[in-house]
Design a protein around this ligand. Sequence first.
Ligand code: ATP
Ligand code: MN
Length: 463
Amino acid sequence: MKPMRIKQVLAREAAGGDVMIQGWIRTKRDSKGFSFLEINDGSMMANIQVVADEKLANYASEIVPLTTGASVAIEGTLVDSPGKGQKYEIHAERIMVFGGADAASYPLQKKRHSFEFLRTIAHLRPRTNTFGAIARVRSGLSFAIHQFFRDRGFVYVHTPIITASDCEGAGEMFKVTTLDLANVPRTPNGAIDFEQDFFGKPANLTVSGQLEGEIFATALSNIYTFGPTFRAENSNTARHLAEFWMIEPEMAFCDLDGDMDLAEAFLQETIQYLFDHHMEDLEFFNQRIDTTVLETLHNIVDNPFERLSYTDAMAILVKHNDEFEYKVQWGSDIQTEHERHLSETVFKKPVIVTDYPKSIKAFYMKLNGDDRTVRAMDILAPRIGEIIGGSQREDDIATLERRMREFNLDPKDYWWYLDLRRYGSVPHSGFGLGFERMLLLVTGMTNIRDVIPFPRTPKNAEF
Ligand code: ATP
Ligand code: MN
């Protein structure tokens, strides 16, 4: 018989007929003459109940000893379940045991485990309800993101993971080298001789695919990247990973307003996809993780985002300085506490803050006529703070070169980036969205280590 996924079995219109399923035992209960097995195969949140009669040939030898975590295949008849909360159950005719699970050492028990504990067994946590749901939602959201861009004619570009251009956030990058660290070659003046290194110059893991994304946007008009990103920031926060996934669209012939429109539609439509395809998991998060998740998500989908300038945002924030740990004034960076104040307390929905002081934003952002602010935009989400950071890019070559020098960057190192302004320069814009930040938003989870399968954070790269 051909095995089915439990999701397909439970979607059947009526009971009756034989089915075969395969999965892992979540719980088992023995009563007189029967055992009840709850089987999960990850296709959905729900388990299916299997009734195993003592008349089964291997009942005493193999079924009775089964415990939580063991893997089995079951053939039997699908019948209406008399029990509450489940539609069908399977009356087993045959049970094959693949692998047992030693009950004394199997770490997952029926009781609830803390997320801290589950992080220490990240190889088994996908077998819990919460982490199964996160994995499904993560996969579904990835698909929704690709679909969103594909529907709009965006080309998916793979930007490099290893980069040799010392871009943006120097100091936060992971070095990539094959030099013998115990015996590093030196130049006559004592510096590391990178000419002997693999790439003949210093190389790093990428902190953003944007600059390369701009190359393709100025040829294919609309592109996006979706790939791993690395930041060696030694900040042990619940919002930062050393390895995370970033989505970065880049659009030619597009100004900051178009950029904001796209970002807003992006969040709304991809969340709508989750409503349409992952409601069972979202309801689980809403019940068990954070009872405000669904309300927050509906609020995002149903209402236009608030848009205001940094200057206007500051005017609001300075009035509440007594409530903040970090006091702000015009020119200050906006920290998570301020971001949350705006999105949760003041506007109660996502807020797009635009036109930040040039001193606190990157060199490539388009300078405004006031020479003080740049065409940047950050989207601040309730509970999360910054979820998207974007900007219109400086497309005037002279201004861009001047801005590089202000940031102590050598325009020579960016010759190819400047070429994009030298040949057929166009207004263009884009943004970066941290995929795991969005997963925090949609799941209600509070620690970013729990929404990526294998978190990399300072002092942690097990599994
Ligand atoms: P933050 O101030 O929160 O550190 P950032 O200003 O460094 O963010 P950007 O450089 O604009 O962020 O990166 C774009 C997006 O990538 C952010 O809006 C955020 O969603 C995400 N992001 C940035 N750093 C991390 C990280 N270390 N782990 C996970 N996501 C991140
Ligand atoms: Mn950062």
